[in-house]
Write a protein that binds this ligand. Sequence first.
Ligand SMILES: *Cc1c(COP(=O)(O)O)cnc(C)c1O
Length: 222
Amino acid sequence: MATIGENLQQVKARLAGVRGVILLAVSKGQPVESIRAAAVAGQKAFGENYVQEAIEKMNLLRGNGNELSWHLIGPLQSNKTRVVAERFDWVQTVASEKIARRLSEQRPASLAPLNVLIQVNVSGEPTKSGVAPGGVNSLSKSIKNLKGIRLRGLMAIPEPGADRARYRSVKALYDSLKADYEFDTLSLGMSDDMDVAIAEGSTMVRIGTAIFGARKTHKSAA
Ligand SMILES: *Cc1c(COP(=O)(O)O)cnc(C)c1O
């Protein structure tokens, strides 16, 4: 079986030469030993879906000299914003002004602004999280000047098997807002669709299973 370091090299090879696409390693459901192995192999940015699981891992990994950065890529409820504002570096799933305002107010002044992405519901499925494409401009406008957070762009999760038009529409939306809001990040693409996402203009891919293998658990041992 390939090691995490070897998997990382393979994923990076697929990104090589394409306009500096950033690799986020999605470590949800993976033990801290796997995160350590990836960090030793040079990976510093990690994505987690569940706040509690992420905080437990951050605490276990703290103080071993790794300068890791943490992205929340799962839904965020308002009762969890404080700990997220205090512990994460990025939140990719902002979908309301209310959540953005709480993060803004709760981000400690001693820390750099929290980087945020607006999650766009591109599939149009009502059960999916995110803002409808038509609502992204007005949400961007209302949160772009909030202190303590820095709006960096958009995140989307096209449904499995989505055709290229879906990716293109997200990219077109991103491009249409990029100048107004100084966007520099389009988070698009996972293990199964990273190549198409990159081809269509993603600037950050979120890769779990292609690096770590199948997830062990959905939550860390509680
Ligand atoms: C789990 C997850 C990923 C990673 O998915 P893989 O298929 O394991 O690469 C990426 N983005 C989000 C939002 C996720 O929940």
